[in-house]
Design a binder for this molecule. Structure first.
Ligand SMILES: O=C(O)CCC(=O)C(=O)O
Length: 302
């Protein structure tokens, strides 16, 4: 097993992943042009596919430019920089305006079109062997360098219990996201763990009223539906490694609804903002979680 060594500590919500290098590994890249059977087999075995260069890199960077250009007046970006760089001003931005505009962008036709890029839906049509559905609730996230918090460990079905469990997430880096910008990290082999945990939650939730039973925020779940913020302890508990990657604009990661993942902090020395989107696809004929049929809003409690 190759030991991953990093120039800088890898941090997540106050915990240091890099202090146990034997608990770190690298995500396996996949060529998206491989035959369907090979892709399916790999997806079943890993719980994810890191599809290299599926998307047109320049189209992805164009969207990055548009996104940060829309936020220029808020003071988020360093003055005089090209929005495509997403270079953080370092503080003092109008947070209310940043928030409002980010929500607005999720309503843009240009964003919708980005999420419906032909290579994405074609990929899913091939994988699922039939017509596919894209959930309307789509999330765009930027993370600031120096921020102390990031996404905790979870699996996505926690938030999508009202439909099929064959739903898949596309996590798309909008710009290059090398490890120091704090991209997603995946717990190796954790699809099976997610399935086990979900069976336990289902048993515990069985007596709750239907609406509460499927909620990520019900009395049996922890904060925000996360399993934990302590990624090293979780890796020890299930004897697994966190898989990291240097993502590039044009890549797309697909993960199963049970695959456990989290993010790390953005510690980019060049001060770039991390930008990504996470969107969900499924077979059009499978049950759809109706709660996801509206645009994302920060108060939608999903
Ligand atoms: O981008 C993030 O920090 C979280 C994304 C995520 O949890 C997901 O893609 O399911």
């Amino acid at each position: 097993m190759t030991i991953v060594s990093l120039a800088k500590p890898l941090l997540s919500n106050g915990f240091t992943l890099s202090s146990a290098p034997d608990r770190l590994g690298r995500l396996e890249p996949t060529d998206p042009t491989r035959p369907r059977a090979a892709l399916w087999e790999q997806f079943q075995a890993q719980g994810y596919l890191w599809l290299k260069g599926l998307l047109d890199r320049s189209a992805v960077l164009d969207f990055r430019r548009r996104y940060f250009a829309a936020l220029r007046e808020t003071g988020l970006l360093a003055p005089g920089t090209d929005p495509v760089e997403g270079r953080y001003a370092g503080g003092g931005e109008n947070r209310e305006a940043v928030h409002r505009i980010t929500v607005e962008v999720t309503r843009w036709a240009a964003y919708e079109s980005f999420c419906l890029a032909t290579p994405i839906w074609r990929f899913y049509e091939t994988l699922f062997e039939g017509p596919v559905y894209l959930h309307k609730r789509k999330i765009l996230r930027h993370t600031r360098p120096g921020s102390a918090s990031c996404t905790g460990a979870h699996y996505d079905l926690t938030y999508l219990r009202g439909g099929t469990d064959r739903v898949c997430t596309s996590w798309i880096p909008i710009g290059d996201i090398p490890v120091e910008l704090g991209g997603l990290v995946y717990l190796e082999g954790s699809d099976a763990v997610g399935r086990r945990l979900e069976a336990e939650f289902a048993a515990r939730n069985a007596h709750l009223p239907p609406e509460e039973r499927i909620s990520a925020y019900n009395r049996n779940m922890s904060e925000a539906g996360w399993l934990t913020k302590d990624l090293p302890a979780l890796a020890d508990r299930i004897d697994a490694r966190w898989l990291i990657a240097d993502y590039e604009a044009g890549d797309m990661v697909v993960h199963s609804a049970y695959m456990i993942h989290a993010a790390t902090l953005n510690t980019d020395p060049a001060g770039r903002l991390r930008l990504s989107t996470d969107i969900r696809y499924q077979r059009a004929t499978d049950a759809i979680d109706a709660r996801w049929s509206e645009h994302w809003s920060p108060t939608d409690m999903l």
